[in-house]
Design a protein around this ligand. Structure first.
Ligand code: AMP
Length: 410
């Protein structure tokens, strides 16, 4: 006997019952982001592996362990590098800056699956490319805050930090590396192997001994230069003006290399271990790393599944059915033609597709929540108002008009 076929580990089917809330996320994102001038972009589900190696960073977990790669390609693990690749490829630097884009699609990471962590998940993201102004950072954060608010995400916290520029970070990195080497004996093997390539990740360690070392480690916040600090202060002032609360988290590390200055993350205390709902930051070096002119950028990405897990459940409206067409066997083609006419006239119309008895079809109409049922007999047509139970004989060509009129009268 052959093995039972199942969805791959860490993936899931979006069943009809799950579709409505997910669509709600898409509608809210579209409304909020497009009202602020962001326009939708979609990039391919896979890109050259080189893009992520250069864009996300050779030393990151994502590139080292989490990509699904084949030939010279990888399924996209994130959206910022592809959007920046598209910005360059389509010469968007010639447009008025910043170019404001948003996207929604599936992303892939070969992680150990657990609640809220999947190997295929969906993200909504926004990117504003081409301006250094701190109002960009603040706008990106405020828009994600608005989206999470609109979706009813519970127990949210916004953590914020500045990573400085590569120049201010380089000096700090050396300082941190020296400190980590001094305490290498107390670090987890993983943190120890990362001292050279990615020392900041030690702040993210789960291991208690490493955490104790990191409690006393030098902080980047104390080593920012004056311009970094000015930028950060301007961002937080603007957040204050928008009434968005935040907390400083100078241990915030994001798993991607491209960030400069502002980084942020929204977490929900209503979630378990995977509490990150969405985050992002500024990536002023990324476009240059991909081969373009130095171009600043800033964006967010938020997980659709995490946002829904963090949100209160809300009753979803039923799709509705204005007209159900029930038919005796000889009347199939008339019923089919009437359903087509009704749909063209804008009615939500359904038609029995399983050759049921009239009684069975009436049950089916009830299940569909039909407002009217037209019953096509060989010797005539009856239109039944399912609310009042009233029936009247009608001419077939008048069925659609009758339902439209009835719907109008409601
Ligand atoms: P990141 O690109 O890692 O900053 O992720 C941005 C957001 O995407 C996170 O805050 C999560 O909401 C979501 N996310 C990231 N990885 C996963 C995953 N493996 N499964 C589900 N959601 C994820």
């Amino acid at each position: 006997m052959s093995a039972k076929l199942q969805a791959p580990r860490g993936t899931f089917d979006v069943l009809p019952a799950d579709a409505a809330p997910r669509h709600g996320v898409e509608r809210a994102a579209q409304r909020i982001l497009e009202a602020a001038g962001y326009r939708r972009i979609e990039t391919p589900a896979f890109e050259s592996t080189e893009l992520f190696a250069r864009g996300v960073g050779e030393a990151t977990d994502i590139v080292q362990k989490e990509m699904f790669s084949f030939e010279e390609y990888s399924l996209r693990p994130e959206g910022t590098a592809p959007v920046c690749r598209a910005y360059l490829e389509h010469g968007m630097h010639k447009l008025a800056q910043p170019v404001k884009l948003w996207y929604l699609g599936a992303y892939f990471r070969h992680e150990r699956p657990q609640a809220g962590r999947y190997r295929q998940f969906w993200q909504v993201g926004a990117e504003a490319i081409g301006s250094h102004d701190p109002s960009v950072d603040a706008e990106i954060i405020v828009l994600l805050h608005a989206l999470l608010g609109e979706l009813g995400a519970r127990e949210l916290r916004l953590r914020l930090a500045s990573l400085g520029t590569p120049a201010s970070r380089a000096g700090y990195r050396e300082l941190l590396q020296a400190y980590l080497r001094e305490h290498a004996d107390d670090l987890s093997p993983e943190a120890r192997t990362r001292i050279d390539l990615n020392p900041l990740r030690a702040f993210d360690a789960k291991d208690a001994a490493t955490q104790r070392v990191m409690d006393r480690a030098p902080r980047l916040a104390d080593h920012l230069d004056a311009e970094d600090r000015e930028h950060f202060d301007a961002v937080t002032e603007l957040l204050g003006r928008a009434g968005v609360e935040w907390e400083l988290d100078d241990r915030l590390v994001r798993g991607l290399d491209y960030y400069t200055r502002t980084i942020f993350e929204f977490t929900s205390d209503a979630l378990g271990a995977q509490s990150g709902v969405g985050g992002g930051g500024r990536y002023d070096g990324l476009i240059e790393q991909l081969g373009g002119q130095p171009t600043p950028g800033c964006g967010f990405a938020a997980g659709v599944e995490r946002m829904l897990l963090a949100a209160e459940e809300r009753p979803q409206p039923e799709a509705g059915c204005d007209l159900f067409l029930a038919w005796e066997p000889s009347e199939r083609s008339d019923a089919f033609a009437l359903a087509t006419e009704a749909r063209r006239a804008g009615l939500a119309a359904q038609l029995d597709l399983a050759g049921r008895s009239i009684k069975g079809q009436m049950k089916q109409a009830d299940r569909a929540g039909a407002r009217y049922v037209a019953i096509l007999h060989p010797d005539g047509t009856v239109l039944r108002d399912m609310d009042s139970g009233q029936e009247e004989k009608v001419e077939r060509p008048g069925v659609v008009a009758g339902v439209l009129k009835g719907r109008h009268a409601l």
